[in-house]
Structure formats: structure tokens, C-alpha cells
Design a protein around this ligand. Structure first.
Ligand code: R5P
Length: 327
């Protein structure tokens, strides 16, 4: 058989989705100009899952897009089973595309007798048969080291920043604020990106009582519009506290910016009730119409699909991803 010099190394792109990411996958497929491959995912009466591919992937370059938000264990298990199914069907290469990686906050033993679950998750993804992974704004960069397979750890930073710059004319003396000192360094990049100063909210224990905290603001927020940034919103507790504090300190409009809308417990109701001008996030985790509704038109969801699509395209063609970001 004749092999042309331009023959693809890993075959054609075969795009699959778990049940957690159908809309995002459809958008990535549109970007790539391919259709999403068919598969069945069945949950048996005993709660065991079953996957069947509709067509062969032998020799192909396969991508499974599955975010691992709630229901976390179902979504994770689906991802693992799909990877194994592709492996057993002799895919040439399998990439797990996980826009939001679960358990990323369990990344070290910070007290005795506890697990490091992010490591366990990384191991399971590898054991299932993934050759590579793609993810977005990992809570802790060190988690890259929990994988031995190569990965592309992307960031929605440029997408969020472009949007912020497009609405900056609506802001009055903007200041970028981080509610969590752990995000201070990344917050600094946002501030530089929109050419604004920074402020930090500092939390401090004031007594032995676990809940006794004093909050202070380092920096100037009075009569300024605040761009409150974080990587994820889980229960919303951090942001509720931050917004109330900013208002106490005389902040004007508040723009809340975060990559992953985890929105556990009653986060949607708590957040939507806040005096916030706009909530700016991504589709790394799908939000149903019911969950979007309480925010009305204050919720702006920016799609990460062009980013994921372009990285998948480049991975398939064996081209640099870094050069997308001038790196
Ligand atoms: C914390 O380390 C993260 O950056 C977020 O601040 C945290 O996940 C938010 O959690 P919650 O919304 O439950 O306060």
C-alpha cells in the first residue's frame, strides 16, 4: 500500500461525548466540521453502566469530552468506561477531554489520615487507557504531575479577558479583586490584562472557633467597579462574603468572573440574589435552563469550544498548541 507523506499519524478525529457534555461537544464538533460519533450509554437497573460504540474506531484518533461535575461519580465512571471501550476497539490514540476535573481540591495530605484523590483520579484515567488528556484551569497546577501521560492544561483566561475588555467601557474605575488569596497571582494577570489595579480580600482567623473570621480588603475599592475573579464557584459562600464586604467598603458595580460554574447546593439562588451587575463564566460545566433562569440576562456564558476545538485540531495534526498563545 502507498503511504503519502501527509498521512495522518493517528487517523481521523473521532469525537465522543459523555452524558455530561453534549452541548459543548456539539459546539466543538461544529468548530472541527465533524459529527459527534454515536454511542449508547445505558444505566442498568443495578446502577451499572454500559457503553457501546456505533462504529469502529480501529486506528483512529479518539477524543472523549466529558466534564466531571455532579453527579461526579457517574460522570467520572462514564468517562473511564468510554475510554476503555475505545481502547478495546483498538483506537490508535485516546484523549480524555475533561473541561472540569473533579477532586482537584484533594491534591495533598494537609492533615493526617486523608487521601489524595486527585492522584487517584489521574491514575484511573491512565489505567482506563487514555494516551493524553486535555483540561482547563486546573485548581492546582501541580496536578499535572499526577499524570504520567502528556496533557494540554488550557486556560479560559484569554476568552474571559477578551470579553472583559469588550465591556470595559461600561465600567467606572475598574479594580480586579480576588476573594481567595490562592488566586492572587492569576488575579494579577487579569488586572494587567484589563489595565486595572488590584485589591485582595484577606480572611483571617480571629479565635480558635473554626468559624470566627475577620475579613479585610487590601487595596482601594471605594466608588470603583469591581471585577471579582476566581477559578470556580462551588457553594458560593466565598463570593457571597466577598460581595457583601465590597459593598460595605463602598464598591460600585460588581462583575463576577469565574471559569467553572460548579454551583453546588443552593449556590444558584444565593448568587442570583446578590447585587451583581454581571456573572461571567464558561460552559466548562453545563448549566440547565432552570439553573440559568434566576440570573436572567445578567449571566454571560462564554464558550470554551473554539479553544478545545483548535487544540484537538492541532493535536490531531501534530502541531504546536503553545503557538496559539504566542508561547
Ligand atoms: C477555593 O480554593 C476556590 O478558588 C474557590 O474560592 C472555592 O472553590 C469557592 O468555593 P465556595 O463557592 O464553596 O465558597
Amino acid at each position: 500500500m502507498h503511504h503519502s507523506r501527509h498521512e495522518k499519524m493517528y487517523g481521523d478525529i473521532k469525537l465522543y461525548t459523555g452524558t455530561a457534555s453534549p452541548e459543548l461537544t456539539a459546539k466543538v464538533a461544529e468548530y472541527l466540521g465533524v459529527s459527534v460519533c454515536g454511542r449508547d450509554v445505558v444505566s442498568f437497573p443495578n446502577d451499572n453502566l454500559f457503553v457501546k460504540l456505533h462504529s469502529s474506531v480501529r486506528g483512529q484518533d479518539c477524543y472523549v469530552i466529558q466534564t466531571t461535575s455532579a453527579p461526579v461519580h457517574r460522570n467520572l465512571m462514564e468517562l473511564l468506561i468510554m475510554i476503555q471501550t475505545l481502547r478495546l476497539d483498538s483506537a490508535a490514540r485516546i484523549t480524555a477531554v475533561i473541561p472540569y476535573l473533579c477532586y482537584a481540591r484533594s491534591d495533598k495530605k494537609d492533615q493526617p489520615r486523608v487521601p489524595i484523590t486527585a492522584r487517584l483520579v489521574a491514575d484511573m484515567i491512565e489505567v482506563a487507557g487514555a494516551d493524553r488528556y486535555i483540561t482547563l484551569d486546573l485548581h492546582a497546577g501541580q496536578i499535572q504531575g499526577f499524570f504520567t501521560i502528556p496533557g494540554d492544561v488550557l486556560t479560559a483566561f484569554h476568552i474571559l479577558l477578551d470579553y472583559l475588555n469588550s465591556i470595559k467601557h461600561r465600567m467606572h474605575s475598574p479594580v480586579v479583586v480576588t476573594a481567595d488569596l490562592g488566586f492572587a497571582k492569576k488575579g494579577r494577570n487579569f488586572a494587567a490584562g484589563i489595565n486595572a489595579p488590584m485589591a485582595f480580600i484577606e480572611k483571617r482567623r480571629v479565635a480558635n472557633d473554626a468559624k470566627a473570621e475577620a475579613l479585610t480588603i487590601i487595596g482601594d475599592v471605594r466608588d470603583r467597579d469591581c471585577v471579582l475573579v476566581d477559578d470556580e464557584i462551588d457553594t458560593g459562600g466565598t463570593m457571597v462574603q466577598a460581595v457583601n464586604l465590597l459593598k460595605d467598603f463602598g464598591a460600585r458595580n460588581i462583575f463576577m468572573v469565574f471559569v467553572h460554574p460548579v454551583f453546588s447546593a443552593n449556590a444558584v439562588q444565593r448568587l442570583a440574589a446578590l447585587p451583581v451587575t454581571e456573572y461571567i463564566t464558561t460552559d466548562s460545566i453545563a448549566l440547565s435552563p432552570e439553573r440559568r433562569a434566576p440570573f436572567g440576562d445578567r449571566l454571560k456564558i462564554l464558550s470554551v469550544s473554539p479553544l478545545l476545538g483548535e487544540v484537538i485540531l492541532r493535536a490531531n495534526q501534530g502541531r504546536s498548541v503553545g503557538e496559539m498563545f504566542n508561547e
